[in-house]
Design a protein around this ligand. Structure first.
Ligand code: GLA
Length: 519
C-alpha cells in the first residue's frame, strides 16, 4: 500500500474534508496548506492525558480528570487512597495522602452518551513529574509584558479551548513578575522585598495568592520563574542570597512549578566547574524538598556541563538542553532543522531522560508568538515544521509546554496541541525517550518504545524537497507482520511486513505506531 503524507495531487480531495488555510514559508516564500489532521473529539466521554501521577506524602494533592465529550459529566474514582476525594461534578481530585505507596485507581466518567473508564496510578513517594509536564508558559508570546490579567485569561483559555480536557495543567508565569529596580516603567517598580526579606511582585501582579487561587479553582496548577543570580535575564529581582525566603514565599502564594534559570549567576558563582554549575540547583532543590507542598523544578541553564547527565541528581524534574529555541524569531526554523542546534543533533539525550526528570528542548512555538518588536505574529514555522516540532517532542518525551497566545488559537494550532494519540506517545507511562535509528542524508527515522509493547516511529524529512522515507523493521529492531497506524490522523493504515514507506513533505513528518501481529 502506498500513500503520500501531504500529497499535492490528493489535495483537492483533502480540501473537501479538512479545514485549511495557506501560510508562506518565510525563507522560501513557498505556500503550504495548513491541513488539520487531528480529528475533533466526539460527544461520548473519553479520558485523556497522563495515566500516572506522583505526589509526596503530606503535600496537598490536586489533579483534574481530563475528559473530552459533552457536558454535563459525572466523575467517580474507584479505589481512591485514603485522604483523597473526587468532586463528582468537575472531576477535581483533592486532599492529602499520608501513606507512601502505589495506588491503582480507576477513573469512571459518564455523560448522556455513556460511561467510560480508565486506569490511573497515583504514586505517593519522593518523585514528581512521572510523565513530562503539560501546560502553557507566558514567555514567547508576552515576554516582558506579562500581567496578572494575562495569566488569568490564560487559565480561562486552557479550560474554554478544551486544552485542559487533553491533559494540559500548568499555567506558568515566566520572567518579569518581580520588581525591576530603576525601570522607566513605573508598573515594574516597588520595594523588591518586604522587611522580612520576602520577595514582592511588581504592580502588574497586585495579589499573587489570589492569582494562584483563581488558577487552582479551575483545577489547574500554577508556575513561577526566578534565577539563582541577583537578577533574572530581563533584569528583575531574583533569588540570590534569599533562596529560603523566596521558596517560602512561593509556597505561601501556592505555586506548584518553579523554573530556575541561570541568568546573572555567573557574576556570583562559577560556571567553569561541575560543582559550580550544580551548586545553585542543589541549594534550591534541598529547600524545595523541605516544603509541605510539591513544586516541580525545571532547570534552565541552557545545557551547560551536559546537564542531562546530572539534572536529576541535583533535584531537577526537567532541564533545558540548549539555548532559547525562539530567541531569534525568524531563526526558529533554523534552530529546529539545522545542525548545530540540539533538537535533532543531540541524539544521546534519551539515555538520561525518564520518569521524574525530563530533557526539555524548550517550548512549543505554535500559534501567535512575540516577534520581539512589541507585536505578536504567527509562528515562522511552516505547517509541516509545526507538525515536526510536536512529533519530535512526543518521540523525545519532552514537556508539552505551549508558549504561543493561548487566547487566540485557530483550529490548526489547537489540533497540533490536542491530538490524544500524539499526547499518549509523549505521556507514555514507561517514560523511555525515543532516539534516532536511521539517517540517510536529510531523512531520519526516530522511534520510541511504549508501555503496551508497541513502537511509535517518526519519519522526518529535514530536506528541502518532498522525499520517500522507509522505516525498515530491521532498523526498528522488530520483525514480522505489524499493524501500522497513522498517529496524527488516528487511523489504521494496514498490516505490513519488513518495512513501511511513505512520501513526506519538505520539513514534514509522518508519525506511525506499530503493533506486532500474532504469527
Ligand atoms: C532565559 C530563558 C528563557 C526565558 C528568559 C526570561 O532566556 O532561557 O526561557 O525564561 O530567560 O528572561
Amino acid at each position: 500500500m502506498k500513500r503520500k503524507h501531504i500529497f499535492p495531487a490528493a489535495l483537492l480531495a483533502i480540501l473537501l474534508i479538512v479545514s485549511f488555510a495557506y501560510t508562506s514559508d518565510p525563507q522560501t516564500g513557498a505556500s503550504e496548506p495548513k491541513i488539520i489532521l487531528t480529528p475533533k473529539p466526539g460527544p461520548a466521554p473519553k479520558i485523556n492525558g497522563t495515566k500516572i501521577f506522583g505526589v509526596r506524602p503530606g503535600s496537598p494533592f490536586l489533579f483534574t480528570i481530563p475528559v473530552t465529550g459533552l457536558r454535563p459529566m459525572k466523575y467517580e474514582v474507584l479505589n481512591l487512597p485514603n485522604g483523597l476525594t473526587c468532586n463528582p461534578d468537575n472531576g477535581q481530585i483533592t486532599g492529602i495522602i499520608e501513606t507512601p505507596g502505589e495506588y491503582n485507581t480507576t477513573f469512571k466518567v459518564t455523560n448522556k452518551l455513556g460511561t467510560t473508564q480508565r486506569k490511573f496510578k497515583i504514586v505517593c513517594g519522593n518523585t514528581l513529574a512521572l510523565t513530562p509536564h503539560m501546560g502553557w508558559n507566558s514567555w514567547y508570546v508576552w515576554e516582558n509584558h506579562v500581567t496578572d490579567k494575562i495569566m488569568r485569561d490564560a487559565a480561562d483559555a486552557m479550560v474554554t479551548s478544551g486544552m485542559m480536557d487533553h491533559g494540559y495543567m500548568y499555567v506558568n508565569i515566566d520572567d518579569c513578575w518581580s520588581v525591576k529596580p530603576a525601570s522607566k516603567d513605573s508598573t515594574l517598580l516597588g520595594e523588591p522585598r518586604d522587611k522580612n526579606g520576602m520577595i514582592n511582585s511588581n504592580k502588574r501582579f497586585p495579589d499573587m495568592k489570589s492569582l494562584t487561587d483563581y488558577i487552582h479553582a479551575k483545577g489547574l496548577k500554577a508556575g513561577i520563574y526566578t534565577s539563582p543570580g541577583p537578577f533574572t535575564c530581563a533584569g528583575h529581582v531574583s533569588a540570590y542570597g534569599f533562596e529560603e525566603q523566596d521558596i517560602a514565599r512561593y509556597v505561601n502564594w501556592g505555586y506548584d512549578f518553579l523554573k530556575y534559570d541561570w541568568c546573572s549567576y555567573s557574576n556570583v558563582g562559577r560556571r567553569d566547574t561541575l560543582p559550580g554549575l550544580q551548586k545553585p540547583y542543589i541549594l534550591v532543590s534541598t529547600i524545595l524538598n523541605k516544603q509541605k507542598r510539591d513544586i516541580v523544578l525545571n532547570l534552565c541553564q541552557y545545557g551547560m556541563g551536559d546537564v542531562w547527565k546530572w539534572g536529576k541528581k541535583v533535584g531537577g524534574n526537567s532541564w533545558r538542553t540548549a539555548d532559547d529555541l525562539g530567541g531569534s524569531f525568524q531563526g526558529i526554523g533554523t534552530a529546529l532543522f539545522r545542525d548545530g542546534f540540539d533538537v535533532f543533533t543531540k541524539d544521546s539525550l534519551h539515555l538520561y531522560g525518564g520518569p521524574g526528570g525530563w530533557n526539555d528542548p524548550d517550548y512549543l512555538l505554535l500559534g501567535y508568538l512575540s516577534n520581539w518588536k512589541g507585536q505578536t505574529a504567527p509562528t515562522p514555522l511552516t505547517p509541516n515544521e509545526q507538525y515536526t516540532q510536536v512529533s519530535l517532542w512526543s518521540i523525545q518525551s519532552a514537556p508539552f509546554i505551549f508558549s504561543g497566545d493561548i487566547t487566540r488559537m485557530d483550529d490548526f494550532t489547537l489540533g497540533l496541541l490536542t491530538n490524544d494519540e500524539i499526547i499518549e506517545v509523549d505521556q507514555d507511562p514507561m517514560g523511555k525517550p525515543g532516539y534516532r535509528v536511521s539517517k540517510e542524508g536529510d531523512l531520519e527515522v526516530w522511534i520510541r518504545h511504549l508501555e503496551d509493547g508497541s513502537i511509535a516511529a517518526g519519519l522526518f524529512n529535514r530536506g528541502e524537497n518532498e522525499a520517500k522515507i522507509t522505516a525498515k523493521w530491521s532498523d526498528l529492531g522488530i520483525s514480522g507482520k505489524q499493524r501500522v497506524r497513522d498517529i496524527w490522523r488516528q487511523k489504521d493504515i494496514g498490516n505490513f511486513n519488513e518495512s513501511y514507506s511513505e512520501k513526506v513533505s519538505r520539513h514534514g513528518v509522518l508519525m506511525i505506531r506499530l503493533w506486532p501481529l500474532a504469527k
